[in-house]
Design a protein around this ligand. Structure first.
Ligand code: C2O
Ligand code: CU
Length: 502
């Protein structure tokens, strides 16, 4: 049907219409392309750049009284109590499935040797890079070292290139379970094996106050790691690892999650107590029955496990287990308990070293995702407070301040959040206050949709990475810094710098 009052549309009208439409489309496209090009250009990192506030344009200007991060060291005149030399090499390693991969060793093995110190010891570790082509560093995960010793390439030092060395010195102040790993191209070097355990033993009568620790007859390190293409291992050993222990003995099992994803640990054949999280003892931890214990990527959990008088006990994690008992004693196996131990209510409260309810500063660390350009690469990247790459906020603090931070995860994945150089106290999850033992962490899983309130005392001047420990996420933008006002760094990041901490 046609409307007789309307002139029929001739070819000329159609032509005119489509010209206008085409012009509009072309104009829109031009704007879109221009905008995308600008975003791309803006996202590109210069050949070299500094993370320091003066250069990045955040925070206060550093005056003449500024402190260089390289000067934030341990007492140079104090003699060492523990001294070690670690040689980093690249190597072809064989994983548990028989496949080989290009990985790394420290003193010829992966994981590297366990470093043991006593509380208060001065520790000196000389890292020598034999042939790791990208360069390497060592970061002391969870240890509040002086800033110059933090091992972050481009922030606290330059990557150590083949033939070079760097000497780390710090006082082992807080007894507990820690680990060390490369912080240069860390998403490749850590999974590839450039890591090892670090244990700081308490001096009797100080520090660790749990009864179980006083009674612990021995300890056993359980370093969980998955090598490229392989299955899960305990210190490189798949499936079962055994350790001799007398019937009735109580062992402090030090579980360390060095993977990029969450680990679960549980005990079959005996009850257990969770003595410590991320190196800090819990206050009056109760018996854990039928609960699995979560370890965020990078996190540690110390468990007191008593060997039964007539058998052995098995500390399990998916695919691997650590059996403690006399040789040949049979240890039962159990499926992962359905319920997780909730640290928000585990243990009992204790006095805190600062007033967590009256912070001097409050920040938000909101994690999201967005399409855009990160260093010139288009993709779907992580955002912090809606920003990406060099535009993410840097959190400025002053020494002595109590700093509160709300971590909000508005993305569909879990993020194991890790702040360097500080222990942070968890005060609430989704607004629900923590009522158990003070819960100190350095690696905290924030699940999709969750929010955590944390508080820390700014008592360790420096420039500290604050990032996701699912290391590929850090590469994809989920990383920033907590920076003390007045602290500068002479080290540079960017393509031309040779430093690439993520
Ligand atoms: Cu375990 Cu930024 O590191
Ligand atoms: Cu993440």
């Amino acid at each position: 049907m046609s409307d007789p009052d309307r002139p029929a549309e001739g070819p000329e009208t159609a032509y005119r219409f489509s010209t206008t439409a085409r012009r509009a489309v072309v104009a829109l496209l031009a704007v879109a392309i221009g905008w995308a090009a600008w975003l791309w250009w803006d996202s590109r990192v210069p050949a070299t750049y500094s993370v320091a506030p003066t250069h990045a344009g955040h925070g206060a200007q550093v005056g003449a009284d500024g402190v260089d991060v390289v000067d934030l060291t341990a007492d140079p005149d104090r003699p060492d109590d523990v001294r070690m030399r670690l040689e980093a090499r690249s190597a072809t390693l064989t994983n548990s499935n028989g496949g080989s991969f290009r990985g790394y060793t420290l003193n010829g093995s992966s994981p590297g040797p366990e470093i043991r110190a006593r509380e208060g010891d001065m520790v000196e570790v000389a890292l020598h890079n034999i042939d790791v082509a990208d360069g390497t560093t060592l970061h002391w995960h969870g240890v509040d070292v002086p800033a110059a010793m933090d091992g972050v390439a481009g922030v606290t030092q330059d990557a150590v290139h083949p033939g070079g060395s760097f000497t780390y010195r710090f006082v082992a102040e807080d007894p507990g379970t820690y680990w060390y790993h490369a912080h240069q191209v860390s998403h490749e070097q850590v999974i590839g094996g450039l890591l090892g355990p670090l244990v700081i033993e308490p001096v009797a009568g100080t520090g660790q106050d749990t009864d179980a620790d006083a009674d612990a007859d021995a300890d056993a390190t359980m370093l969980l790691h998955t090598y490229p293409g392989g299955s899960r291992t305990i210190a490189g050993v798949p499936e079962e690892t055994r350790r001799d222990a007398a019937p009735g003995a109580t062992i402090r099992v030090r579980a360390i999650n060095t993977d990029n994803v969450t680990a679960q640990v549980w005990v079959a054949g005996a009850d257990a107590r969770l003595l410590a999280v991320d190196g800090t003892d819990l206050h009056e931890p109760g018996v854990v029955k039928n609960r699995r214990i979560r370890l965020a990527a990078g996190a540690r959990a110390d468990l007191a496990v008593t060997v039964p008088v007539d058998g052995a006990v098995r500390v399990q994690s998916p695919g691997v287990s650590l059996v403690l008992g006399p040789p040949d004693a049979v240890a039962p196996e159990a499926p992962s308990p359905a319920e997780e131990l909730d640290l928000l209510t585990y243990g009992t409260p204790a006095v805190l070293p600062f007033d967590a309810g009256a912070p001097d500063r409050s920040y938000e660390y909101r994690i999201g995702q967005r399409v855009g350009f990160l260093d010139g690469r288009p993709g779907y990247w992580w955002t912090i407070n809606g920003r990406m790459g060099r535009h993410v906020p840097m959190y400025t603090v002053n020494e002595g301040e109590v700093v509160a931070m709300r971590i909000v995860n508005r993305s569909p994945e879990v993020h194991p959040m890790h702040l360097h150089g500080h222990h942070v106290l968890v005060t609430a999850r989704d607004g629900r206050p923590a009522t158990g033992s003070p819960w100190w962490v350095d690696s905290l899983d924030v699940e999709a949709g969750e929010s955590y309130d944390i508080v820390f005392l700014a008592d360790n001047p420096g420039i500290w990475m604050d990032h996701c420990h699912n290391l590929p996420h850090a590469v994809e933008g989920l990383m920033t810094h907590v920076s003390y006002e007045g602290v500068t760094t002479p080290f540079l990041l960017g393509r031309g710098s040779g430093n690439e901490p993520e």
